[in-house]
Design a protein around this ligand. Structure first.
Ligand code: C2O
Ligand code: CU
Length: 483
């Protein structure tokens, strides 16, 4: 069941006096500083991508001279770019060489439940020296990512994440200069070791720990080159365990053409781009300015709860160096559109999820969904093919980027109508003290699927749950605290 996407507009047309952007306009090696290692396909079948992926500790250099032992996939930070074409079969021979058990979760991919990477629910933990083979079809084009689902806050914070890009060669975007940008952060203590994942105790848990170094493809403040006026397509994912990226490119427009589940109904332009943990954005940027000058992409302050704007500063994320070549003018941006069939909200089964932060007698706190932290929660249920309206009420003083495994949803407005332009999401920020309605149609894949806050300290602090889709038994595993 591949979703249909139709592109119309000026795609690929060369108009009098203008340049088609399908040809590269960027300077040579424009993205060399952020280029990702790509997973090597060892299967000759063009429709099967078969790779090896090993989790291991490795030394990485995040800025010249600053080296650290991180937890990595295949020795890199981030892990290799896994690049497939929509409809391909992806086989990943995963080996764990870490001192802790782990799994791989394929964030946003509509995998069968056996491939979802959740220990105790969909597979056993992969212990040191053990392996597991993931095998699934990538049904949807878009940028996805992979990360562990064991001690997630710690393991993701240590460096375990990587991008999975599913191309649609006929997506009609026709911007030749395309790059994938993995945004994250990492922190060290005074002796240069990775920050303790429990630093700051309970306050660290409810704030959501951030690392002090901002990273783009594993590098602190890297450089992209551009020719003024020439469009670039940036596929961005925020893999940080807690940090929100609220991006500003010196006031220049981000032309947003898609998000989590691929292209959206039509583009929107914005000069500030919010990407919360787990989310993806597909944007076209057309840097303008005096040839030879430099633009800085900055992370602006965003209030996601106490401590996120207080005593904080705007930070540089990357710089865009404009070459001395004369600016390109008259590049027509393609009008990238997609027909999205919204499930009907009328008759959708409502499910209310109230998110709270509760103080405990021992002076600690836990997050709860409808009064229960994850380790006491009962699963919710859905039928195969059922459409549900999830009414997510955030009663806490913290924002929560809410993520559902395995299925996309549409965000509804206050009247219960899908927000336009329509965009498939699997992660959406529920601002503090607000309610958001999400419309989700469960397809033919039964299983026990997770939902949780993607501030992974919040997830580990209780803000997780599961939904049983179809006629399946709830897992008998014990929901341990801190998992
Ligand atoms: Cu990126 Cu359980 O999710
Ligand atoms: Cu949260």
């Amino acid at each position: 069941m591949r979703m249909r996407r139709i592109s119309i507009g000026l795609v690929g047309l060369v108009l009098a006096g203008s340049v088609a952007s399908a040809q590269s306009l960027a300077p040579k090696d424009w993205d060399a500083n952020v280029r990702l290692a790509t997973a090597v396909d060892r299967n000759p079948d063009p429709h099967i991508l078969e790779i090896d992926l090993t989790a291991r500790v490795a030394e990485v250099e995040i800025t010249p001279g600053k080296r650290v032992k991180a937890w990595t996939y295949d020795g890199g930070l981030p892990g290799p770019l896994i690049r497939a074409t929509v409809g391909d079969r992806v086989i990943v021979h995963f080996v764990n060489q870490l001192p802790q058990p782990t799994t791989v979760h394929w964030h946003g991919i509509r995998v069968p439940i056996e491939m979802d990477g959740v220990p105790g629910i969909s597979q056993p933990e992969v212990k040191l020296g053990e392996s597991f083979t993931y095998d699934f079809i990538v049904r949807d084009a878009g940028l996805f990512w992979y990360h562990p689902h064991v001690m997630s806050a710690a393991q993701v914070g240590f460096g375990l994440y990587g991008p999975l890009l599913v191309d649609d060669p006929n997506d009609g975007v026709n911007v030749a200069d395309e790059t994938t940008l993995v945004l994250s952060d990492i922190g060290f203590n005074k002796s240069g070791e990775l920050d303790n994942p429990n630093s700051g105790g309970i306050a660290g848990m409810f704030f959501g720990r951030e690392g002090e170094y901002l990273l783009v493809n594993g590098k602190n403040r890297p450089v992209l080159k551009a020719r003024a006026g020439a469009p670039q397509r940036w596929r961005i994912v925020n893999t940080a365990k807690s940090r929100f990226f609220y991006l500003d490119l010196e006031g220049q427009k981000f032309h947003v053409i898609g998000s989590d589940g691929g292209l959206q109904e039509r583009p929107v332009s914005t000069d500030l781009l919010l990407i919360t943990p787990g989310e993806r954005m597909d944007v076209i940027v057309t840097p303008t300015g005096k040839p030879g000058s430099t633009l800085v992409l900055r992370a602006m302050l965003y209030n996601r709860g106490y401590g996120s704007v207080e005593y904080r500063m705007v930070e540089d994320v990357l710089s865009v160096e404009l070459t001395k070549e004369p600016a390109v003018t008259n590049v027509k941006l393609p009008n990238v559109t997609r027909e999205i069939a919204a499930p009907s909200a009328a008759g959708a089964t409502p499910l209310t999820l109230t998110l709270t932060l509760n103080a405990l007698e021992d002076l600690s706190s836990e997050f709860r969904v409808n009064g229960a932290p994850f380790w006491e929660a009962k699963p919710y249920t859905a039928k195969i093919g059922e459409t549900q309206m999830w009414i997510v009420k955030n009663e806490s003083e913290w924002d929560h980027p809410f993520h559902l495994h395995g299925f996309f949803f549409l965000v509804l407005d206050d009247k219960g109508e899908p927000v336009r332009p329509l965009a498939w999401k699997d992660t959406v920020n529920i601002e503090m003290k607000t309610t958001m309605r999400l419309l989700v149609k469960f397809d033919e894949r039964p299983g026990e699927w997770m939902f949780h806050c993607h501030i992974l300290d919040h997830a580990d602090g209780g803000l997780m749950g599961t939904v049983l889709v179809g006629d399946v038994k709830p897992s008998t595993h014990v929901h341990t605290k801190g998992r």
